[in-house]
Design a protein around this ligand. Structure first.
Ligand SMILES: [Zn+2]
Length: 142
């Protein structure tokens, strides 16, 4: 299985029928995350993927582990946090309009874009009120 680790795109042609497994090192600082106030605090993350290439659908599941940072809600110093989230996407060649299954259509190019799934995992992991330390006094006391 081939994954473009910067664009986070799987090439369907690199998959064999049935279950495909792979563990990929993601160069976190090269990926365009497009999330406000957020950047990787380590240059590498890990994406573990299992892709089931079937006749009418491709099921992509996996696990994303990485370290990111976001400003402290009080003093704006960067706060590092870990991400360890499951990702899941279903793709199909011909979606059934009568079905309410959330399946994405596989493009002609055969490139499965899993960026949104990984970005979602990052978004889900951002702490609600990040603090550099529980007793951070805030910006006025620095
Ligand atoms: Zn702080």
């Amino acid at each position: 299985m081939k994954l473009d680790t910067v664009e986070l795109v799987i090439d369907l042609k690199s998959l064999s029928r049935g279950i495909n497994r792979g563990v990929f090192i993601i160069p976190l600082d090269k990926v365009e995350w497009n999330i406000e106030d957020l950047e990787p605090s380590e240059s590498k993350g890990t994406l573990e993927l299992m892709v089931d290439y079937g006749d009418d659908a491709v099921l992509c599941s996996g696990w994303f582990d990485a370290q990111f940072q976001t400003p402290c809600a009080r003093c704006l110093e960067p706060v590092s946090f870990s991400i360890s989230e499951e990702i899941y996407r279903e793709y199909t060649w011909s979606p059934d309009p009568a079905s309410d299954e959330q399946r994405e259509v596989i493009p002609q190019s055969g490139k499965l874009d899993i960026f949104a799934a990984v970005q979602e995992a990052v978004l889900l992991s951002i702490p609600g009120k990040p603090l550099c330390s529980p007793d951070c006094a805030g910006i006025c006391y620095n």
